[in-house]
Design a protein around this ligand. Structure first.
Ligand code: SF4
Length: 277
């Protein structure tokens, strides 16, 4: 008889919903509020989120009537960055997610049996973070109940929570203000709406300790270049052309395709699910 397993079976199952500050996990919190009474709501706070995100979580906390537990890691982003030799995280060096989101989640859960509620929608092909820990089982209520992008918007509108405030100024995702998944236009918007945070992001672009190479957040373009007025204008103009093209394409999409939820008006994204859901 495996004693560890026997002990695990005796423990009550915990229900945990991780919030990212994004619309899908917020809508899931609203959706589950009256369905699972002993839900624990958590947010993996990197201390590098937008002020908009913190305000949105406060609003959500009032609605669900329970505290959203802020999990923290035992150091800071700046210390981690030093430990990684000054190499900024990127799509290929995603130590940020591992150290600031995944590890705090698994530490918070411990060895307890857990059902983890994940806000992937019915119209998404994404695969969520599924812990390899045997005591964590991920479930996808929106997928199971056929709730798509429009459904999420409806849930948020009817609850009065609404979409995350950063969407008003053109940002599409939650997560760290310097997230390397941002599109160029989102960097322009960050510069326009949170110039102080843009400056902070820019200050991180300097030679690393290991080989002296400079890493940039936005592919190979330094933020010092991107913020030049003529470059920002160029990015905005390109974005407007792209938007017009996408609107035209949407008009040409047969209604049945739109209804099937294959068109979501969302920016193309391969972002980090635990940060951006
Ligand atoms: S939001 Fe971006 S920068 Fe922050 S932890 Fe997630 S992937 Fe890393």
């Amino acid at each position: 008889m495996n004693n560890d397993k026997t002990n695990l079976e005796k423990k009550p199952v915990r229900h945990i919903l991780s919030l990212s500050g994004g619309k899908d996990s917020a809508a899931l919190a609203v959706y589950m509020r009256d369905r699972v009474s002993d839900m624990e709501y958590i947010f993996h706070d990197t201390d590098k989120e937008l002020p908009d995100t913190y305000a949105y979580l406060d609003k959500l906390e009032d609605y669900i009537g329970k505290p959203i537990v802020r999990t923290t890691f035992d150091t800071t982003f700046d210390t981690l960055l030093r430990q990684y030799g000054g190499m900024l995280p990127s799509n290929h060096r995603r130590w940020c997610t591992r150290m600031m989101k995944l590890k705090p989640f698994e530490d918070y859960v411990g060895e307890d049996p857990v059902i983890n509620y994940v806000g992937i929608r019915a119209d998404e092909a994404r695969v969520g973070y599924i812990s390899t820990k045997p005591n964590i089982e991920a479930v996808f209520p929106f997928r199971e109940d056929g709730i798509d992008y429009d459904g999420v918007q409806k849930i948020l509108a009817e609850s009065g929570i609404g979409m995350p405030p950063y969407t008003e100024w053109g940002r599409t995702r939650s997560g760290c203000f310097f997230c390397f998944y941002q599109q160029k236009i989102e960097w322009v918007r960050l510069k326009q709406h949170h110039p102080d945070l843009f400056e902070q992001a820019k200050a991180y672009e300097k030679g690393n300790r290991i080989n002296g190479n400079v890493f940039y957040w936005s592919k190979n373009e330094p933020l010092a270049e991107l913020e030049r007025p003529e470059r920002m204008r160029e990015i905005e103009e390109r974005w407007e052309i792209q938007q017009a093209r996408e609107t035209q394409n949407r008009k040409n999409v047969p209604l049945v395709t739109t209804l099937a939820g294959l068109e979501t008006n969302e920016a193309p994204s391969s972002g980090c699910l635990i940060c951006h859901l």
